[in-house]
Ligand binder design. Sequence first.
Ligand code: ZN
Length: 150
Amino acid sequence: MDELRELYQQVILDHNKNPKNFGKIEPANRSAEGYNPLCGDRIDLYLQVEDDVIKDISFEGAGCAISKASTSVMTTVLKGKSTAEAERLFRKFQKLITSEPGAEPDLIEMGKLAIFCGVREFPLRVKCAGLAWHTMLAALKNENKPVSTE
Ligand code: ZN
């Protein structure tokens, strides 16, 4: 777990400094905005979905290092995945960041998402890490109202 903690800090720092898939994609046929009032995190998420596959995904916005890193890592994981797989990963990620120690999903299967396991020790940070995923789900469902973690 110590290794995971170190990796967590490194990945958060890296993605915060050099976020992946940052900027608006054209064309995007799905989008949603997310807001976490507890921390002030705001993201705009853009997806290009064709035949139920996420062909492209990107984001803009500003927030804390954890929200930004979580969004950045999520985009790298979801690009090329089916929408069904994205929804499955959403549920797994929620479980990962809210589970009791020992009850988390298989960390190896979670791949690079596993590092976010560390946020469950900080309830306020759970919303920062989860914002991207809630926003992604809203974008897939094409809900036009902004997503709020509250
Ligand atoms: Zn935050």
